[in-house]
Write a protein that binds this ligand. Sequence first.
Ligand code: ATP
Length: 503
Amino acid sequence: MVDTPLLSLEGVGKSFPNGTVALRGARLTVLPGSVHGLVGANGAGKSTMIKIIAGAHAPTSGTVRWKGEEVVWRDPGAARKAGVATIMQHVPLAPTLTVLENVFLGAPGPWRLPRARRREFDRLLRRVHYEIDPDAEVADLAIGERQMVAILQALAIGANLVVMDEPTASLAEGERQVVFDVVRRLSAQGTAFLYVSHFLDEVLSLTDRVTVLRDGTVVEEGPTAAYDEDRLVQAIVGRDLLAAERRAPAPVAADAPVALAVRNLSSPAGVRDVSFEVRRGEVVGIAGLLGSGRSEILHAVYGADSRARGEVLVDGRPVRRGPRAAVAAGMALVPEDRNAQGIVGAFPIWKNISLPDLASLSSARALPREAAEAERAERAIRDLGIVCPGPEALVTELSGGNAQKVVFGKWLYGGARVFMLDEPTAGVDVGAKADILDLVRRFAAEGGAVLVVSSEFEEILAVATRVLVVREGRIVAERPAHETSEEELLMLANGFGGAHDAA
Ligand SMILES: Nc1ncnc2c1ncn2[C@@H]1O[C@H](COP(=O)(O)OP(=O)(O)OP(=O)(O)O)[C@@H](O)[C@H]1O
């Protein structure tokens, strides 16, 4: 007997008021208890499809069936009630509430009683093998921890289908495994998953079936076992793509001038007596697990963390605390949470790219040089392959990955000398990832200094000349990139290291 699909989409189309056709005649079939992968390049239509499934967008054409019945979900509440939990890239948790309150937000049943809630919370944690303080405020959590709260939230409403949009984009290897375990465990118990990810290795190892979207249409659909990474990449980009090779970055001359010097930097946010230097032409990677203080170090160096103490020098000159002084000194930070800190959605692409830093923009500044700005935006669109109608498009009209490229472009072409990147390729597709890493290399080759944080150690090794391993806010080890491996970095980040590293 053939299983009735839990969810099916047939001939689904979606056009936006600005004329963009995001989906045309798309189909999707998710079987009960299966893990279904959804892949495609930035702008292929994945989020649009998810939003239709979540009841956040109405399709312009086609039908959606849930458990065999045609449905029209008018809002996300209706989809949730039917049993669809959606975990989006930028998780809409309530930041001022605690972890516990967030997990049971919207959950029915007896969970209003504090004691029952705590018991259920503990049970959920045991199910997912994860530890988190129920009383911590969500605003204080790192992006990856917020993802886990969202996963717990989906569990709490007892969904039949959990839609996950890039759930592991900011997670390190160990934490990814936590997510995989949850997915496998729950699917074995009958919960279905729709898993959207740019990490093709994850899709290959985790999913039962896979659907590939390209330019709004389904170009392939089948059992995952029939695919390997090359075939998926080809289906996604529509051409063969050379694997982003691990190019041994050129070593930097020992007498190259020091572009960035950080001395005895500490902060209550979890940075403990950190000192290091980055020379011109050098890409230094910071490898650390979620919660290791890796992002906090960048924020403290940049001056975004006002409680940080210590010295930061650019080209030998001390930089005062504060993002404004940092920008004036030639530093740029591409933060991990780009939605909150990187871009203004309601501005067109060109305007976002031409803003060196919103905080430092004053009306007293020189009039915008329009031609130069337009030129810069067009260059960014070309170099980074931003899928958009043109530089006039609003950032809110872009897909997540393409919006990310805009943030990147804003800094890359902004004349910075010290470039700090937090998870530079989170959420971007395979093709764009290779392009971004290339741009980082080029930036360094032209004399820039780069500090890059990534939870993908493979990515750090692909661009960095030197790697600093951080754990509990301290630098616990330093390795030339060509003398280390992902395995060694993972060991060190987990606190297993040689005696000489402890100092
Ligand atoms: N609100 C909107 N208004 C206009 N166009 C939009 C809107 N939302 C998305 N689009 C466009 O629809 C297309 C599909 O976008 P979608 O967000 O579904 O892509 P995606 O596959 O999820 O990409 P990514 O991997 O970058 O997240 C893109 O061309 C995007 O610019």
